[in-house]
Design a protein around this ligand. Sequence first.
Ligand code: HEM
Length: 155
Amino acid sequence: MDDLVLARVVHVVAVVLWIGGVAFVTTVLLPGMKKTGAPAERVSMFERMEGGFAWQARLTTLLTGASGFYMLYVLDAWERYGDPAYWWLHAMSAIWLIFTLMLFVLEPLVLHKWFERRAREQPESTLALIQRLHWVLLTASLITVAGAVVGVHGG
Ligand code: HEM
C-alpha cells in the first residue's frame, strides 16, 4: 500500500466516523431530547451527552485535515484551489474549516456560555436553533461527500 492509498484510507475512515456522528446527533439525539426532562434542562443535558462526541469529532477533524493536505502534497495538486471545476475540494476545505473553528475555538470559548445563557431564558427555541444548525452542517457535509466521490471517481 503506497502513501497515497494509506492517506485516502485514513481520510475516508475519519470522515465516516465524524460525519456519521454528526448524523446521529442530528437525526437521533437532538429529536430525542424533546421527549426528555424539563425544557430548561434539555440544553445542558444535550451538551453533556454531546461532549463525548466532541472529543471524537476533534480527533477525526484533525485526521481528515492532515490526510487531506497530505494527499494534496503527494498529488502536488494545490493548483486545484484555483480551478472552479474542483468545487468539491473547496467544499471539503470549507466544511473542515467551519468544524475546526466550531470545535476548537467557538464552542469552548463562546458558544457554550452563549447557549447556556440563552437556554435559561428561551429553552425550547435554543434547542430548535441547535437542531437547525446541525441540519445545515449535516446537509452541507453530505453534499460535499457526494461531490467529492463524483469528483474523484466520476470523471
Ligand atoms: C482541509 C480539508 C480537506 C482536504 C485538504 C481534503 C483533500 C482531499 C483530497 C486531496 C482528496 C483526494 C482527491 C483525489 O484523489 O483526486 C480527498 C478525497 C475525499 N475527501 Fe477530502 N479533504 C478535506 C476534507 C474533507 C471533508 C471535510 C470531507 C467530508 C465532508 C471530505 C471527504 C472526502 C471524500 C468522500 C473523498 C473521496 C475519497 C475517494 O472516494 O477516494 N474531505 N480529499
